[in-house]
Design a protein around this ligand. Sequence first.
Ligand code: XMP
Length: 514
Amino acid sequence: RLLIIDFGSQVTQLIARRLRELNVYCEIHPYQQVTDAFLRDFAPKAVILSGGPDSVTRAGSPRAPEALWTMGVPVLGICYGQQTMMTQLGGKVESGHGTAEFGRAFVTPGAKTLALLDGWFADGGKEQVWMSHGDHVSQIAPGFEVYGTSPNAPFAITADVSRNFFAVQFHPEVHHTPKGAKLYENFVRLAGFTGDWTMAGYREQAIAKIREQVGDKKVICGLSGGVDSSVAAVLIHEAIGDNLTCVFVDHGLLRKGEAEEVVAMFRDNYKINLIAADESELFLTALDGVSDPEVKRKTIGKLFIDVFQKYANKIEGAEFLAQGTLYPDVIESVSFSGGPSVTIKSHHNVGGLPEKMGLKLVEPLRELFKDEVRALGRELGLPQSFIGRHPFPGPGLAIRCPGEITREKLAILREADAVYIDQIRKHGLYDEIWQAFVAILPVRTVGVMGDGRTYDYACALRAVTSVDGMTADYYPYSHEFLGETATRIINEVKGINRVTYDITSKPPGTIEWE
Ligand code: XMP
């Protein structure tokens, strides 16, 4: 396995991402944790030193453990990692003096070839890289030679080939270094990795780790019906069987058939202990007359915690709470809190469960990206229809019912949404769309059906493409699809007589209506 020593760069997780894409297993550990003893214990096959916000010229700034230089494993230093490497091995780094570089730069090759750069410089020409540094190396360490330079970084790529030490000033892990992946590929190849890390391997490893962490103690898992908590539950169940109990709270704001599906899947199919709590009366009563979106969210969030706690208390001797926390959640908290010196905060995915529950956390997906969670889900035998589901917000249909929530509107919305999603699936569009749903509008309109006048609700269809939900564009349906869907909804759903399509992108709109 490969060790990434994190000096606090905002993009450290992307290094892991690039390596995972090469089927190389790696772990990121903050530099404070990586002592000489840790390093010997970890026994990495190769080490990458990440970038970071500090300046190596500052007294007391982070360093790599000294043992690293005599272990005989390949080391790649990136940005701050490069600079600490040079400093520790006898070179010099200086601050400022107009040599800072931020953004796009072009590296030209040195006189000699380097295995790390195989196939990298297109026809021996310049290659685009992404720089982000204030300090720069002013003298390379003994044994190193230059293999690439940029206008403001004469030592953009250096290496000591006899020791397999490589140092680059730029960030090969980011998108704006177009051939960065090639550099990582060369690095892991020369370190002897064969790219054999797979989800099957991860599954075994994760199960062993869960067993080691929880022993014969009991674990509670909040199941939301979403991909993350589902995969976490199935994985933990495989590790500890009946010592896992899942709690699934139906807040009355789920889609048609959703609660039944979750029960069938987890209780009947996977034989997982499942408490399915129908608390819809409680939630819907609390939401009576509420129309402000933020009040809706707060009301639901608070009640959810209370209810979850109530059921969790019934599970005697539970010491652990399982969370479907993903790697991006962990990383987001690191950069948010300003670097690895601050303790990483755990996100609470399932309704924001409180730390005051006094339970220790089990987070078996902490090292995975979303698409890897899906791959793990497939590995665990979860059906594709479940794994590929569109995201669904915690507050559920409450925020798809702008204005006042009524049971009548929720019932109509559920039916309309089911017809819409059925249409999308029938036309083979589901996987092309990032998220699709119906919002029922707080307005009635006049229509005519048969010989009669109707006075029913209008609804809006939403479908967006997106990568991460941060930005989104509306999905360009054909007119035929839209026409057919509108007809089906009006014919099949009592209570709706007008259908509109929302063509707002995000920004300026948001994906949800509230
Ligand atoms: P917006 O509407 O902000 O949505 O563009 C972006 C993504 O987040 C989901 N979303 C939520 N998820 N609790 C959640 O768990 C919420 O309060 C919430 N609000 C929006 C939304 O469905 C979309 O995927």
